[in-house]
Design a protein around this ligand. Structure first.
Ligand SMILES: NC(=O)c1ccc[n+]([C@@H]2O[C@H](COP(=O)([O-])OP(=O)(O)OC[C@H]3O[C@@H](n4cnc5c(N)ncnc54)[C@H](O)[C@@H]3O)[C@@H](O)[C@H]2O)c1
Length: 348
């Protein structure tokens, strides 16, 4: 059987290089994820940096190497195109891959820098029936999937308060025009996507931010109060000028609580208090662990092949990526208007 021919555009950190980090769970890159699934074969790569390109070729045994992605798309008859370049390039490259006949496109987050570009690529891929997967990778992580199952099964009752933090160091003086946004945009896109994954659609946001270098430069911190359509309230924060990185979601329901993030996961359920007569309190109980864990990059590659073969939607689709982008850009816009509430329209 012919294998799915995979080509990678952008042989940088998330495309391939992070595999060299001895501390990370593997695989942890696009190339590593697709190498791990049998029906796929990495055949080609493209980067404008020749050193990175040849390093990619050596590592994955790909002989077809290009400095121009359009040339690669024209020459290689690729089934799956991975896009791991800088964010402002994603939309153009998704369009080029879709128009060149790719059967599936695996694109880094954030989906695009501008909402109109994100809408255009989601529409184009839907019209052409090409699965567009956005690498909000925790959607393929079995721990996060288990947490969502618990919520959907009512284990913590009705979700009432959802808090998400992606706390990180002080960013430099980087122009928005080049970088699209700061911590709320880059790490916050994972967080926003998960708030939507756990809490459902968001109705409005009220944003706040600090921009020590002025409006033309990325934020140091952005945060927002959000209201979910189901009535739950939320708080989201990206940045925060910390010495550490902490990515965490705290989902508090009417009968329990789930904490999940880079530091692990915990489940709390309501129990009769042993300390106060007539009270109930939360007690930590074992989080139901999945039997076999594989890194989400393998899950993403498997999901891509499943979508191509079945025509079913992805667990992390272009539409999901678009919704996250809409929320983030609304947070920035609301913050610029002193926190005025802005309605969210689900990406469209
Ligand atoms: N999912 C995640 O957890 C995660 C982690 C890191 C980065 N990212 C995202 O991945 C993307 C890349 O980030 P990175 O940290 O790997 O950056 P990087 O700079 O390490 O890699 C990007 C690569 O793209 C190449 N490139 C730039 N323009 C190109 C072009 N026209 N044609 C071909 N190659 C080109 C660069 O030379 C570079 O090697 C960003 O959108 C970022 O937000 C996601």
């Amino acid at each position: 059987m012919r294998k799915y021919r995979v080509g990678l555009i952008g042989c940088g950190r998330i495309g391939t290089l992070l595999e060299e980090d001895p501390l990370r769970g593997k695989p942890c890159t696009h190339a590593g994820g697709f190498r791990a699934v049998k029906p796929a074969q990495i055949v080609a790569g493209c980067d404008i940096n020749p050193e990175r390109l040849s390093r990619f070729g050596r590592r994955w045994g790909a002989e077809r190497l290009y400095s121009d992605h359009r040339e690669m798309l024209l020459e290689e008859d690729l089934d799956i195109v991975c896009i791991a370049t800088w964010t402002h390039l994603h939309a153009r490259m998704v369009m080029d891959a879709a128009n060149a006949g790719a059967r599936g496109i695996f694109c880094e987050k954030p989906i695009a820098s501008r909402l109109e570009d994100a809408r255009a690529i989601v529409r184009l891929c839907e019209e052409k029936k090409i699965p567009l997967l956005i690498n909000h990778e925790r959607r393929w992580d079995s721990h996060y999937r288990k947490a969502r199952d618990l919520i959907l099964k009512g284990k913590i009752g009705e979700p009432r308060t959802l808090i998400g933090n992606a706390l990180s160091w002080k960013p430099g003086q980087l122009p928005v025009a080049v970088h699209g946004g700061g911590p709320m945009f880059h790490d916050g896109t994972h967080l926003t996507d998960l708030l939507l994954y756990f809490g459902g659609p968001i109705d409005w946001v009220s944003g706040h931010e600090s921009r020590p270098y002025g409006k033309k430069y990325i934020e140091e911190t952005a945060c927002a109060m959000v209201r979910f359509r189901n009535g739950a309230l939320g708080f989201i924060e990206g940045g925060g000028a910390r010495k550490y990185f902490n990515f965490e979601l705290d989902i508090q329901g009417s009968e329990g609580r789930i904490l999940i993030g880079n530091a692990g996961r915990a489940l709390y359920l309501t129990r009769k208090s042993g300390r106060f007569t007539g009270f109930h309190e939360l007690e930590r109980v074992p989080f139901p662990e999945t039997r076999r864990y594989e890194t989400p990059f393998v899950g993403g590659a498997r999901d891509m092949i499943r979508c191509i073969q079945s025509g079913e939607p992805s667990l992390s689709s272009g539409r999901d990526g678009l919704k996250a982008l809409e929320v983030i850009l609304a947070i920035y816009k609301s913050a610029a208007k002193m926190g005025r509430r802005l309605e969210i329209h689900d990406g469209y």
